[in-house]
Design a protein around this ligand. Structure first.
Ligand code: ADP
Ligand code: MG
Length: 334
């Protein structure tokens, strides 16, 4: 049995803009289990980074709840949040912008410990060397500067910094998206290895299913601020799904294709509608080939279709024997 580390319930995050209120995260609920990886997937602009920032205490939550091991984080002052800060760390997408170019790598990794007043200087220095070793860099790296490292090595440095305070959760916001495909696999393998050794949980954000396929225990798919579907990884690729998830899956190349240099191709025709003015009913209805009247009128609730799968789609149905039928299957049957 796994135990829930972090849970969000009906989380709403809004941005005031010149054109009105933009609801970037709209009633999102999710659970991250101890020692596991929850993948958060969806096209650019669907609200992934906003959700990450809300969990980090960096975006103002409009309503809803974020609990870390049962402790409510929403509504805490920055001062009160400090107590929880070590438990949740983050690795960002851009390994060039996220490391201070003027600091040697040793200082960059030591910084979170300095801020939290952890240990003596000698203890922190020793910890820095241990962390460099853990992420596959040599002790010599401590005295060097970020620009002396490749993108992949910089993400290793960012991971070492994220590990410095022994977090329970690391929010990885597209941590390999800026890296070459060959380097991506190395960084993903490192994250898996660290999870195995340290029991850390990840919220792993990606716009690319191919990236999360082999590391996620469960996958949540967002579309325009809402959860379209979620599933254990075992069921994710098997169970007939939400048409949006189906489209994402169809666009994901096989491992063999990835090894020979193919990357995921664009998912769907058409632009994502503006979050300022989302379609009525199902938000995906404007791009869905199976949309019928009800889809344009009524918002589909997220409902459970198998033991480990939930979908928000009017057109997915469950037969009396428990077989899940996607609209694509029903279309051909008709
Ligand atoms: P993703 O990480 O999935 O690409 P984001 O969370 O960055 O998505 O953005 C979600 C939506 O919120 C987008 O429509 C984006 O334009 C908008 N958004 C993000 N940050 C801000 C901000 N600081 N102010 C106004 N709108 C924002
Ligand atoms: Mg983002």
């Amino acid at each position: 049995m796994t135990k829930t580390l972090l849970s969000c319930r009906d989380l709403v995050v809004e941005y005031p803009t010149a054109d009105g209120t933009l609801r970037a995260v709209d009633r999102v609920s999710l659970d991250i289990e101890h020692g596991q990886t929850l993948a958060l997937v969806g096209e650019s602009g669907c609200g992934k980074s906003t959700l990450a920032r809300a969990i980090m205490g960096l975006a103002r939550v409009t309503s809803g709840s974020i609990k870390l091991e049962g402790e409510e984080l929403v509504g805490l002052s920055q001062r009160e949040l400090r107590k929880y800060r070590p438990a949740i760390q983050m690795v960002f997408q851009n390994p060039y912008g996220s490391l201070n170019p003027r600091l040697p790598v040793g200082r960059i990794i030591e910084e979170p410990m300095m801020v939290q007043n952890v240990g003596t200087e000698a203890m922190r220095r020793k910890r820095v060397l241990d962390l460099l070793d853990r992420v596959g860099l040599t002790a010599a790296a401590a005295a060097q500067y970020p620009h002396q490292f490749s993108g992949g090595q910089r993400q290793r440095i960012a991971i070492a910094r994220a590990l410095a305070l022994s977090p329970k959760l690391i929010v990885c916001d597209e941590p390999v998206s800026a890296l070459d495909v060959s380097v991506q696999a190395q960084v993903l393998n490192l994250l898996v290895e660290l999870q195995r050794d340290l029991g850390v949980s990840y919220l792993f954000i990606s716009h690319d299913l191919a990236v999360v396929r082999h590391i996620a225990h469960a996958t949540t798919v967002m579309y325009l601020g809402q959860i379209a579907a979620r599933s254990s990884s075992r069921e994710f690729w098997k169970v007939p799904a939400h048409p949006y998830v189906q489209a994402l899956r169809d666009a994901t190349p096989s491992m063999e294709a990835i090894r020979s240099g193919v990357s995921s191709h664009p998912v769907l025709e058409g632009e994502i509608p503006s979050a300022l003015n989302p379609p009525a009913g199902c938000r995906f209805s404007s791009r869905c080939s199976y949309a019928i009247d009800v889809c344009r009128e009524t918002e589909p609730p997220l409902r459970q279709v198998t033991e480990q799968s939930w979908v928000a789609c009017h057109r997915v149905s469950v037969a009396a024997d428990g077989t899940v039928m996607s609209p694509a299957i029903q279309q051909t049957a008709n």
